[in-house]
Design a protein around this ligand. Structure first.
Ligand code: 5GP
Ligand code: MN
Length: 341
């Protein structure tokens, strides 16, 4: 991965001005990559003497609660005034792990109001939309945590990465690659993992904290979703599941419980694309995964006002579950007619 040297130098210069107020933002429904990259980057900036506040639009899933430093992350939905004050006072705003302010929901208006702060993007999603003063947009990176690692290395050298940074960076690298099983697994990624591992972090424990910390309700909801709700299209090469609020309540749903469900149909050998529709109060969240050439970033942007990556994307639907499913089925047929799935 080639980070632009002029951009690194501009970032270095920006950080060199002493004692600035900085905000680090990440996306709605923050995941391990969003939170991990924010916390690690905040530690680096604080070490340089800056006052740093990490902000996310809503709560991260409970299986990330153990991460050191996560308690200092301000959740806009629960503390809107605190988040707004930090944004209003910020000299610099870092946007991590998202490519468009629309991914911040209500928080995006708060950001738009501060027109004087310098803005820096550090992200690995396709097609960033907003203008930024400095932009590290690397869709080829498997995670934003990997990108943050590369920035730390470029700015201060690999030996400056601490164990606390290594631990949270490892979380994002692990979760965004499906525990190192998706694409973008480069030798350079494994070199960075060697550096993180050398700080003494406990990798099996990190894995357990994230992947083996669910509730009984989540296990039963998963069984229900696969057994009762997984529907097949196109001779079993496209699968989708749907969960209504009522169904989730039945299994004591907590935010984060449906994380990973959409990946499971891809364990079927001939599967090419998988979708899940999760009902929320005002809309239905659409999550999409695919194998190989099937481009769900295109699918999400064309049919569900979303985007993401080539093999993992998402969007929203503002009609009923039945209509969402009908729209999905029609979209799959159209995609298939164009030879795209
Ligand atoms: P997930 O299915 O895990 O929520 O999201 C998969 C990928 O799609 C993530 O990289 C995420 O950033 C992207 N994504 C999810 N929802 C949306 C959305 O509503 N809009 C856009 N542009 N991207 C999304
Ligand atoms: Mn990410």
């Amino acid at each position: 991965m080639n980070l632009s040297q002029p951009d690194i130098e501009r970032l270095r210069e920006l950080i060199a001005a002493p004692a600035q107020r900085m905000v680090i933002l990440s996306h709605t429904n923050p995941d391990g990559d969003a939170v991990g990259s924010s916390i690690a980057w905040a530690e680096a900036l604080r070490r340089e003497g800056h006052d740093v506040v990490c902000i996310v639009p809503n709560k991260y899933p409970y299986y990330l609660d153990w991460m050191t430093g996560i308690g200092d992350v301000v959740i806009h939905r629960t503390e809107p005034d605190r988040a707004a004050a930090a944004v209003a006072e910020a000299d610099v705003i870092f946007c991590l792990d998202f490519h468009s302010l629309s991914r911040l929901d209500q928080l995006s208006e708060v950001i738009a109001a501060n027109t004087s702060a310098k803005r820096v993007l550090i992200d690995h999603h396709l097609n960033p939309t907003e203008p930024f003063d400095i932009m590290f947009s690397h869709p080829e990176a498997s995670s934003t945590c990997f990108l943050v690692y590369k920035l730390l290395e470029a700015l201060w050298g690999a030996e400056c990465v601490t164990a606390s940074q290594a631990e949270v960076l490892y979380v994002g690298m692990m979760t965004d690659t499906g525990n190192f099983s998706f694409s973008s697994l480069t030798p350079e990624l494994y070199q960075s993992l060697a550096v993180l591992s050398a700080t003494g972090i406990n990798i099996p424990q990190i894995y357990n904290n994230v992947y083996n910390s669910f509730t009984e309700g989540r296990a039963r909801l998963f069984g229900y979703a696969i057994n009762r709700k997984m529907k097949m299209l196109r001779k079993g090469t496209v699968a989708y599941m749907s969960l209504t609020e009522e169904e989730m309540r039945r299994f004591w749903f907590q935010q984060g419980d449906s994380e990973g469900f959409v990946n499971y149909p891809l364990s079927i050998k001939k599967m090419r694309m998988s979708a899940i529709f999760i009902e929320h109060k005002d809309f239905i969240r659409v999550s999409l995964r695919s194998r190989g050439a099937v481009d769900v970033n295109l699918f999400a942007s064309r049919y569900f006002e979303g985007g993401g990556h080539h093999n993992a994307a998402g969007g929203k639907s503002y009609v009923s579950m039945a209509e969402t499913i009908a729209r999905f089925e029609a979209a799959v047929e159209e995609f298939a007619r164009e030879g795209l799935v």
